[in-house]
Design a protein around this ligand. Structure first.
Ligand code: ATP
Ligand code: MG
Length: 539
């Protein structure tokens, strides 16, 4: 963000140079009605990084004005996710702390003849709003006196009316070409219990009224929000001005981020959770920040990805590949290399003595020797991956093992297969090989070239492991949301990893298979595949 120029940065520079503001203050305003997703990472990055560029500050403010959907559980998860990404809010604030002030500002609007209590039903209000080509129709209650409005609004607050019986509307212009300005509802009645204010209030402000007041109370200088609020900006400015807020924040919109084959809406993510299509908000397939964390994504990869998508005024949809590329770039540098087999095939080294287990040493990551060394084991009993063996070498492109063929085992010896063992169904269940002592890793053996290099694990020291392999949760398409859910997004395999990984809790690279991490919710050894080593999108 530092080196890129963008339209928001330009505005901030102007406002500092002109003396309009001495300090930049932004805010990230999530509604605590779900977990944060990767789209929110863009809003977070924009707010925090831009303010930080100018030594400014960013508040985390919970926009908790809808008691029905909100919960402290979401508040906690949002705080945890923001910490994990490494952003430090200057203050953690709650819109619900401003309910009294918002109420008083609404009373001020009434006193100034700029708001009225409407008795029409929601259907009537919607039916008389008009549309883009037709002006709306004034409510029959629009010309109530200030005294009557004050009395009724107070009675709404006192709980004298049922939900939907009355609302408070701003009195602006029913013929405005901007539909948002056609006397928008600014307060509604609801008897739901609020997770912070309990039953203190039974009237709640609507977003378009609440948000500008929240920003102004906090002295936010630049209120950055996604593009769908562009048409709401005139109303935002109207509220700040007509409620006579001292501080005047400026709303600036940026494009929303979408990713192919990725659900980016709390509403839909909540359906997946509620309908038990996933194991929870932090399911490793979910594009939530907690899901990505459990999956093994790093905060650096997420932030680099966000920055690489640029900051555009327009909504953008990027290939999922881009996020994975940022992840690989990051993991490649910091992960140890471990051998594992996800489709184990038994190997017996017939010329190796029974009972002997040999120790060999190599680097955890040959590209970064500072990560240290690991011990590799070798014995008469090994496992290789089923996909690395074929009975008959089909062509010169087969660079793995086959009967009569010799390959190198990473960091160990060359082995050549001379026979196979079948079960009653005719399936190969074991292969018999010989090893050549002269080919030991680390010695300069060049008498002959092996037909490729494959990974293996020594059977008696190997760690039994469950592997979770993930695919996209939902596909893009025309069908309804539930029909687009991928039924095969979670595949489970049972295999082994080498002993050296015993105490690794962080991300690791399983050679030739992918990046993996221990599942944080499992007591057993369960590895989640974070991402494959190479992009599979070209398939
Ligand atoms: P959703 O549509 O998933 O429910 P939301 O916008 O309703 O998201 P909020 O809690 O209101 O969720 O979001 C907090 C902030 O994050 C808002 O400023 C919103 O504009 C921004 N935001 C949400 N989704 C995206 C996205 N995909 N790209 C960029 N910004 C986003
Ligand atoms: Mg929202």
């Amino acid at each position: 963000m530092k080196d890129q120029s963008n339209f928001i940065k330009t505005i901030m520079i102007q406002d500092l140079e002109s003396g309009k503001h001495k300090e930049i203050l932004t805010r990230f305003p999530p509604e605590p009605n779900g977990f944060l997703h990767i789209g929110h990472a863009r809003a977070l990055t924009i707010n925090f990084e831009l303010a930080a560029l100018f030594n400014g500050k960013t508040n985390l403010r919970f926009d908790d004005t809808n008691p029905e959907a909100e919960d402290v559980r979401y508040v906690n998860s949002i705080i945890e996710d923001i910490n994990w990404l490494g952003f430090k809010p200057d203050k953690v604030l709650y819109a619900s702390d401003y309910f009294q002030e918002m109420y008083e500002r609404a009373v001020l609007l009434i006193k100034r003849g700029l708001a009225y209590v409407d008795d029409q039903t929601a259907e009537e209000i919607s039916a008389t709003r008009g549309n883009v080509t037709t002006p709306g129709v004034n409510s029959p209650y629009r010309d109530r006196t200030v005294e009557e409005n004050l009395k009724l609004f107070n009675e709404m607050k006192e709980g004298k009316y049922a939900e939907g019986e009355k609302v408070l509307r701003a009195k602006i212009d029913m013929a405005s070409p901007n539909m948002n300005m056609r006397d928008p509802v600014i307060y509604r009645i609801t008897f739901a219990e609020h997770y912070r204010t309990g039953n203190k209030w039974c009237i709640y402000p609507l977003y378009d009224f609440a948000h500008p007041i929240e920003d102004a109370i906090e002295g936010i200088t630049h209120s950055l929000c996604s593009l769908e609020f562009e048409d709401h900006r005139p109303l935002y400015d109207w509220v700040v001005e007509e409620t006579q807020m001292e501080s005047v924040p400026r709303q600036i919109e940026f494009g929303r981020l979408n990713i192919e084959n990725t659900v980016m809406s709390k509403r839909y993510l909540k359906i997946l959770v509620d309908e038990k299509r996933v194991t929870g908000w932090d399911d490793p397939r979910m594009p939530t920040l907690s899901g990505l964390r459990r999956r093994g994504y790093t905060p650096e990869a997420i932030k680099n990805f966000i920055i690489s998508t640029g900051l555009s005024k327009n909504n953008s949809t990027v290939a999922a590949d881009m996020l994975e590329a940022a992840l690989r770039d990051d993991l490649q540098l910091k992960t140890p290399k471990i051998m594992g087999v996800i489709n184990p095939l038994k190997v017996t080294v017939t010329n190796y003595p029974e009972g002997k287990v040999e120790k060999l040493t190599t680097f955890l990551n040959p590209q970064d020797e500072s990560m240290g060394e690991k011990t590799i084991y070798f014995s008469r009993h090994l496992y290789i991956d089923r996909d690395d063996f074929i009975l008959e070498k089909p062509n010169k492109h087969w660079k793995r093992l086959a009967k009569g063929i010799e390959v190198r085992l990473y960091n160990a010896y060359f082995i050549a297969c001379h026979d196979v063992v079948y079960d009653e169904d005719g399936e190969i269940v074991e292969i018999l090989v010989t090893y050549d002592e002269k080919t030991k890793s680390g010695t300069d053996f060049n008498e002959r070239k092996p037909n490729g290099t494959i990974q293996y694990v020594e059977a008696t020291t190997a760690l039994k492991t469950t592997f979770n392999l993930f695919g996209p949760l939902v596909f893009d398409g025309e069908e309804s949301f539930l029909e687009r859910i991928n039924p095969n997004s979670w595949e489970v395999k049972e295999g082994y990893i080498e002993h050296a990984a015993k105490d690794i809790k962080e991300q690791m690279q399983l050679m030739r298979i992918g990046y993996f991490i221990q599942d944080s919710k499992s007591e057993e050894r369960v590895l989640n595949r974070i991402v494959e080593l190479r992009s599979s999108f070209k398939k």
